[in-house]
Design a protein around this ligand. Structure first.
Ligand SMILES: [Zn+2]
Length: 649
């Protein structure tokens, strides 16, 4: 662990403009600097650096944070590694805080597994190229498949000797522990025997985004139908199949550069595309596409083209993921191959320019493709056609972008010969239903929370109905913590006392016992409370430089310029330029809204309990609950009457 003060020292030295301008040309624009975003493709600059706050923000792709986050993203490093990277660059020496035993064990375990995997990859590669068995069996097979030698190097292919445990023995001789050989699945161990998982197979190492080997795929060379054609590493601490894409390390640069990613099925498909000169390609390796895999691609580009075999199973498999992908705001195209071809055989049968040409001509938009495909099956049956319309509309309704949605509706109306208005009304129905479901779910979750106190740190993925309000409260606290925006008259002495924004907000929240369901919000408020009287405390610095990366990003994002143009305030007549002058109005209003929402949700819950109680004919309980309900009504009335406070002049 690197401690807070060291992070402060590193961030002070690693000036944001300095760090960024190594990679991006920045121009001065007011108090900020502006440049072309290195994380997405753009022609007009939307990448902003604020030297005063020490943060960057891209208004195109949304990425933002401090210098450490910038390096993390750019170099694909972990948070501590990015800090070490910067420390080294700016010649800052520091001692790392002793890790807890648990942290150490987990890190050591992951690291040991990666080290064993790296050893295995080198061993398999050397065996393929240098040993007799590797060359005559493995290498000749690979060459027969038409895979070029430069691809063997690029993808670090290898061969595992065909013997019971030759690899395991070699690894143990080199000092690698059985524990990690087993945990990575390279070795299979039972009570009285040990063997290599991949014996006699051609090896395809799987790399993570940073290029480290985390798993293997092994292809058998026998024709025995009882033997699995491909064997993969089991799930482990370092390998999660559903979150990994084969080839992402070799493809990421071109995916970003060309702003597009091809998705194929297997290892050899990826190799064949690379061989044909198309390098922005990854494979989901046998699993059906997961949301995590899509997000992984989305980090580099929102444009995905799914290349699939022309057979029925291939089509069905690619249709499955569609709604999921659309929901993520990703543009999906499909590239059907002629029947009987798979991406591997197909790519190898053409020259690079032929392949590029084919793709250009044949790739179609996913929704259009789905519509055409399904239209063929319904023909003149009105019932199936109605079902089809509903299905297509469902796909369209999840697209977050309105313009894209409009384009699809026009297109589908033409293809299905249905009026646009009909499609629009269908979409509205689905959306209403969805938002109803959403509200219901939110309340249900809240009820669980009310009846069962949340254990801090366990609720990471629970939806937070107060997210908007809490973000705004924390943003205000970050910016104006010490500002004395309030004055109250002491009832006895009639003296005017001034209070800071921090004091006011924390006091208000505390007084009503409002506790956030979000662990980040809770920790931020707690740290602020601890520093209430501390004039030295600089909340912006404290939180944007927080050792917990999640925390520092949360704070940086809140502070990024465009975020702060809260619509709420411009609507209410207060302009953003005068935010700091209007705090005496804005802050109480914000707290009021937050409280009102809390009370209303409590009321909803009570309402349901009342219904239940009266259904059970429990009159006493019903009355009791109704009294509570009434009290909440009074609270709402009182809150609604509250106005702002006098300005300090
Ligand atoms: Zn960007």
């Amino acid at each position: 662990m690197i401690d807070h003060s060291t992070i402060g020292r590193i961030l002070d030295a690693a000036n944001i403009s300095d760090v960024v301008s190594e990679f991006v040309t920045l121009k001065k624009r007011g108090v900020n600097q502006l440049g072309l975003c290195p994380f997405h493709n753009e022609k007009t600059p939307s990448f902003t650096v604020s030297p005063a706050k020490g943060i960057f923000k891209c208004f195109g792709c949304g990425k933002g944070g401090n210098s450490v986050n910038f390096i993390m993203e750019l170099e694909q490093l972990s948070y501590p590694d990015a800090l070490r990277w910067l420390a080294k660059k700016y010649h800052i020496e520091f001692e790392e805080k002793e890790e807890t035993q648990e942290e150490k064990l987990l890190k050591d375990e992951r690291e040991s597994m990666m080290i064993v995997s790296a050893f295995a990859q080198k061993y398999f590669s050397r065996y393929l190229l240098k040993e007799n068995e590797g060359r005559t069996v493995g290498l000749s097979y690979i060459r027969e498949r038409g895979i070029r030698d430069d691809m063997i190097t690029k993808f670090e292919l290898g061969f595992c000797p065909d013997g019971k445990d030759l690899f395991t023995q070699a690894a143990q001789r080199e000092g690698y522990k059985m524990e990690f050989l087993e945990k990575t699945g390279l070795t299979i161990k039972r009570d009285d025997w040990v063997r290599d998982r991949f014996g006699g197979r051609v090896i395809f190492p799987v790399h993570n985004v940073a290029g480290r080997v985390i798993a293997f795929g092994g292809r058998t060379l026998t024709n025995d139908k009882k033997v699995a054609k491909y064997l993969n590493s089991p799930e482990s601490e370092i390998y999660h199949k559903g979150k990994t894409l084969y080839g992402i390390y070799q493809a990421k640069r071109d995916i970003t550069r060309l702003d597009k990613c091809y998705l194929v099925e297997g290892y050899t498909d990826v190799l064949a595309f690379h061989q044909a000169g198309i390098e922005n390609v990854v494979a989901s390796s046998g699993t059906s596409l997961t949301i995590e895999q899509i997000r992984l691609i989305h980090r580099f580009s929102p444009n995905i083209t799914i290349v699939y075999d022309g057979d029925e199973a291939g089509i069905k498999a690619s249709l499955r993921g569609i709604d999921m992908v659309l929901e993520e705001g990703i543009n999906v195209k499909v590239l059907p191959l002629p029947s009987g071809e798979d991406p591997d055989s197909f790519a190898r049968s053409m020259s690079a320019s032929q392949l590029t040409q084919y793709i250009k001509e044949k790739e179609t938009d996913f929704i259009k493709f789905k519509t055409q495909l399904l239209m063929e099956t319904v023909e003149n049956d009105p019932v199936s056609k109605a079902r089809l319309i509903n299905e297509i509309v469902r796909s369209i309704s999840v697209i977050p972008d309105t313009i894209t949605r409009t384009v699809y509706i026009r297109e589908c109306s033409r293809l299905m010969d249905v009026q646009e208005a009909v499609l629009y009304s269908e979409i509205r129905k689905i959306q209403n239903k969805q938002s109803e479901d959403h509200t219901r779910k939110e309340l249900q979750e809240l009820q669980v929370k009310v009846s069962k106190p949340v254990v801090p740190g366990t609720e990471k993925n629970v939806a937070n109905p107060f997210e908007t309000e809490e973000r705004e409260i924390i943003r205000i606290l970050l910016k104006y913590f010490h500002q004395e925006a309030f004055e109250f008259e002491d009832e006895e002495t009639h003296q005017l006392n001034k209070y800071s924004v921090g004091y006011y907000v924390l006091n208000e929240l505390h007084g009503d016992g409002l506790i956030s369901v979000n662990h980040k919000v809770r920790s931020i408020l707690l740290a602020m409370e601890e520093n209430l009287g501390n004039k030295e405390f600089d909340p912006i610095r404290f939180f944007t430089q927080h050792p917990d990366n999640e925390m520092s990003q949360y704070a940086s994002n809140l502070l990024s310029e465009k975020y702060t143009e809260s619509k709420r305030w411009s609507k209410s007549g207060a302009f953003i330029e005068t935010e700091s002058e209007k705090l005496y109005e804005i802050v109480p209003m914000l707290i009021k809204e937050y409280k009102l929402k809390n009370v209303k949700i409590m009321q909803d819950k009570l309402g349901q309990q009342i219904n239940e109680a009266s259904k059970n004919n429990d009159e006493e309980r019903t009355r009791e609950l109704q009294t509570q309900y009434q009290k909440l009504n009074e609270v709402i009335n009182a809150l609604s009457k509250l106005h702002g406070f006098r300005a300090i002049t």
